[in-house]
Design a protein around this ligand. Structure first.
Ligand code: SF4
Length: 433
């Protein structure tokens, strides 16, 4: 069954991180001091992290200095030193120390300060597993090695390379963003999170991740995984669907930032969210934050984060027309908005009756192919493909009358269609013959 990843199902597995349990006598000593945090209380100083320091902290490199500075992004920080000297460790110190020994260090988009590469990986990783992204990332960089190459490419080429990664609006915005960076910023990404956030498709958390990794900006991320980690650590027992509560969590995330070592801290939070603090079964015994985690102390960490508005899944069915003539297949461009936005796909009918009415009197013959259900985040979509081969001798005028029903369509040679920007389930269908 083809499946597009649901956000929660897309979490990387524990295989992406080391499995050892961190040993930290300091952290264990601190367990008894665990405060019972509620979201409406002021944060206890020990959990609130270190005091904010000016942006020009010791770890931050000069902006845009990727060519001048060796990317030792995770050099030992004062925070790690503090954690090691016997003082009670803050959340940031625990995360930083853990990331050093247990985090991920060799993913292809790490160990670089190139904003193009970091941006590309951040967009690809939104709601997609690391193991899935690896191949796409490599192919993308081979085809579009820099932002200018991506901006100059036809959108169809970008969508074709994205095919199978899902959430296609990401690909369209990626392409648009590259064009804006080239046209309005002379090919250089802005060097601040505030500047990055102005670009198409770059939200606050993505902007912060790029700014932290590439420019050393001391700024908080709050993607889905990190939201879960922090909501649990703080026992944030309010609905994160509320904009006001999200804002408060952003403030907490900012308050927790370390004075130095933003790169390792940011990566550490990502690693914890991806490989330890799982949605349904958080591995608290392997987590460096267990001594500071109010949700773990409650015995029911999986209760957090609270969600009162649950996504309601729907179902839908459609007949898919695989129309062929003289070695070509008719594909239609889907609307930019909605499922598979902007991709080439098969003409659709909402029901068998609608299909029968539209195809009444057509020359040729139909073959019903096996139905399948495509699983989307919000929808189970059952598709019933029907292959219709028009006789070779059918006059062009007669064929035109048939396909005129889909003005956004065109013929693709059968062997070229799988390489176009088409949805992964269609590619599989065509490859099956
Ligand atoms: S202790 Fe458990 S619930 Fe708390 S952050 Fe760690 S894995 Fe998540």
């Amino acid at each position: 069954m083809p499946a597009e990843l649901a956000p929660e199902a897309a979490l990387p597995s524990g295989a992406d991180v080391a499995r050892e349990t961190p040993a930290s006598p300091t952290a264990i000593d601190a367990r008894e001091d665990l405060p019972a945090f509620g979201p409406r209380r002021a944060l206890h100083p020990s959990i609130a992290g270190t005091d904010p320091v000016p942006r020009a902290d010791r770890e931050a490199p000069a902006r845009g200095s990727s060519a001048r500075r060796q990317p030792d992004l995770f050099a030992a920080s004062d925070a790690e030193a503090a954690a090691a000297d016997g003082a009670p460790a803050s959340i940031a110190e625990l995360v930083i120390a853990w990331q050093r020994t247990h985090g991920r260090h060799h993913l292809p988009w790490q160990n670089t300060r190139d904003p193009y590469r970091v941006w590309l990986s951040e967009v690809m990783l939104q709601q997609t597993q690391v193991s899935t992204v690896l191949g796409y990332y490599k192919r993308f960089l081979a085809r579009f090695p820099d932002v200018r190459a991506l901006a100059a490419a036809p959108l169809d080429d970008v969508l074709a390379l994205w095919s199978g990664l899902g959430y296609y609006s990401r690909a369209r915005l990626l392409h648009r963003c590259a064009q804006v960076v080239v046209a309005e910023h002379a090919g250089a990404f802005p060097a601040t999170s505030a500047g990055l956030e102005q670009l198409p498709g770059i939200g606050r958390s993505t902007a912060a991740a790029i700014a932290a990794f590439c420019f050393g900006e001391r700024v908080a991320i709050l993607d889905g995984n990190v939201k879960r980690v922090l909501a649990r650590v703080l026992a944030f027992d309010v609905d994160l669907a509320s904009g006001a509560e999200q804002k408060r969590l952003w403030q907490h995330a900012t308050d927790l930032l370390p004075a130095a070592g933003i790169e390792r801290y940011t990566q550490g939070l990502m690693d914890l969210g991806a490989g330890v603090c799982h949605v349904r079964t958080p591995a608290c015994t392997a987590c460096p934050l267990r001594v500071r985690c109010a949700a773990a102390a409650s015995g029911e960490p999986e209760r957090y984060p609270f969600k009162t508005r649950r996504l309601r899944r729907g179902t839908r069915e459609a007949v898919w027309l695989q129309l062929e003539w003289r070695g070509s297949i008719w594909l239609v461009r889907r609307d930019a908005k909605g499922v598979w936005g902007g991709l080439w796909s098969l003409p659709e009918f909402a029901s068998a009756a609608e299909f029968d009415a539209a195809t009444h009197g057509w020359p040729g013959s139909a073959t019903v192919r096996p139905s399948f259900t495509h699983v989307l985040t919000h929808l189970d979509w059952t598709l019933h493909p029907v292959r219709w081969v028009l006789p070779e001798a059918t006059a062009e005028a007669a064929v035109s009358r048939i396909v005129d029903a889909w003005p956004s369509g065109r013929w693709f040679a059968n062997d070229a269609a799988p390489a176009a920007g088409i949805p992964a389930p269609l590619r599989r269908l065509l490859e099956e013959g």
